[in-house]
Design a protein around this ligand. Structure first.
Ligand code: SF4
Length: 71
């Protein structure tokens, strides 16, 4: 399994993750990125998926490096 995490309080709402991986990322009502089908753990979003796929592109495109993909 692959675990994806966003440290949401540091999101600057640039939209790169959503452009690169709309399958898993979207803006929440508060304007920060969120993981589709993910779970809120403290201030972070977490999601477990089978294969990393485009989440690696989201991780590398985030200008503030708050997306983490653990394979
Ligand atoms: S790429 Fe990073 S800073 Fe930009 S919207 Fe996504 S999580 Fe937020």
């Amino acid at each position: 399994m692959v675990k994806v995490e966003i440290e949401r309080p540091m999101c600057i709402s640039c939209g790169n993750c959503i452009d690169n991986c709309p399958e898993y990322f979207e803006f929440a009502d508060d304007g920060f990125s969120t993981l589709k089908g993910g779970e809120r753990v403290g201030d972070n979003d977490e999601l477990e998926i089978k294969e990393a796929g485009c989440t690696l592109d989201a991780e590398s495109s985030c200008p503030v490096s708050i997306i983490h993909v653990y394979e």
